[in-house]
Structure formats: C-alpha cells, structure tokens
Design a protein. Sequence first.
Length: 243
Amino acid sequence: MYVVAAKGLTKYYGALCAVDGIDFGISKGECFGFLGPNGAGKTTVMGVINCFMPPTSGEVKVFGIDVTGNPSLIKSRIGVMPQDDSLDPDLNVLENLIVYARYFDIPKKDSEPMARELLRFVEIEDKAGVNIKGLSGGMKRRLLMARALINNPELLILDEPTVGLDPQSRRSVWEKMEALRAKGVTLILTTHYMEEAEKICDRVAIMNAGRIVTIDTPVRLMSEYKGSLEDVYLKLTGRPLAA
Ligand SMILES: Nc1ncnc2c1ncn2[C@@H]1O[C@H](COP(=O)(O)OP(=O)(O)OP(=O)(O)O)[C@@H](O)[C@H]1O
Ligand SMILES: [Mg+2]
C-alpha cells in the first residue's frame, strides 16, 4: 500500500487549472521529489497532500485515508516544511516550536524537551531564546524543518527545503533527511536543484503546467535521455537539450 496515492488529482483556483489530473504513488520510506518550473503545480500538490486544501476532483489517499475524509487524522501524522516563512515573529525560536506543538495537543512538559532536541538536530540550539527577526534566512529554514518534526511525523513534506542555503548548510540538510529516512520516515520534497534531486531522491516526478510528464528514478531518466538530470528536466519541460 502506498503512503500517498493520487488518482486524477485536479486542482483549480477559480478558472485556473493548477494541477491537471495527475496520478502517482509514493511508497513507505521513499524519498520522492517533485521537480518543475515555477507555477508547475508542485506546491499545490503538497497542499492537497497535507490537507491544507481539498482537490477539485480526483482521489488522494494518505496512509490509506481519503484527504477529504479525515484531514485531522492525516495531519497528526504528517510534518510540513512550507515554501514560505510562516514563523511567528512575536515569539522566540523555542516558543515557536512549543506553540506549534499545541496544534498536536502535545503538552508543554513534553514539547519543551522535544523542541530543544530538535533545535540540536538542526544545529541552532544556541538560538533557542533569540527572536525570529534575529535569525538569518538559512536559520529560519532550519527552524521550519525542526517545527515540521515536532509531532514525530511518519511522512515529511518539504517544499524547497534548501532554498537560499549555503553549500555546507545544504549538505547538512541532506544529511538530516538521510537520517530521517533511515528511521523509516517517508519524504516528499520539491526542489529546483537538480544535483539535490539526483543525490537524495529515490524517484522524481517532473511536472510541467499542472501535469506529470514523467516519474522515474534519476538514474533511469539520465540513462534514457543520455544526459544529466538537468538535461532531462530541460528537455521534458519544453526546452531543448543543448547541442
Ligand atoms: N492560492 C492561489 N490562488 C490562485 N492561484 C494560485 C494559488 N496558488 C497557486 N496558484 C497558481 O497555481 C499555479 C501553480 O502554483 P504552485 O504554487 O503550485 O506552483 P509551484 O510549482 O509550486 O511553483 P514554484 O516553483 O514557483 O514554487 C500557478 O499558476 C499559480 O499562479
Ligand atoms: Mg512552490
């Protein structure tokens, strides 16, 4: 059984078709990447999987549960690292985690030690008492990752987790993702970095204009199209391979 299974997933925003009838299945423990140009529909797909919004049509099941059937049960088992910074600027780093834990009914006596452990995991434990305004962009991304882990999720959704990170921090995020996968956590990410997708994704779905143009392992795609993953991406999203 798939952790996430989508059949005919379609999402309209008013008259705009953002996701146009896509099918995919993501297995337990897999690291699955959604690639595609700006506006391809990646974040919209994440939003449907994490029950932020329902699909317009089609069927999406997470842990075998329909996203329109029992969203709160699904949400309790998912961690989400959003594309945008959604941290509370009125709270410090540690408080951001503790307040977020309340959404999952985690009492403060449990959430505080957990929050401190997660800050250690993402290596910003020295920033626990610092206001959000005092964090660099990369530190905010780390805190968002820690926040996504507060409910010990079985499925972690990461929307551009390494955007704006320096090369060393990016590598460190890859290591965290590896560590989580080693624990059996299923990972779904979006990225514009082909090197990242190649390194950490078991399979990728390349999206364009709301559709999935291919799903496969990076290795198989590169061998089929005789080029780098970036070549494959450019070809499949409409730009020709360089001669
Ligand atoms: N809340 C919204 N209301 C209206 N249109 C939206 C909304 N969110 C996204 N869209 C539109 O839906 C389409 C898909 O957007 P989406 O954010 O899913 O793309 P994306 O692949 O995540 O892009 P990016 O790489 O820039 O993050 C775009 O045309 C976008 O303008
Ligand atoms: Mg997006």
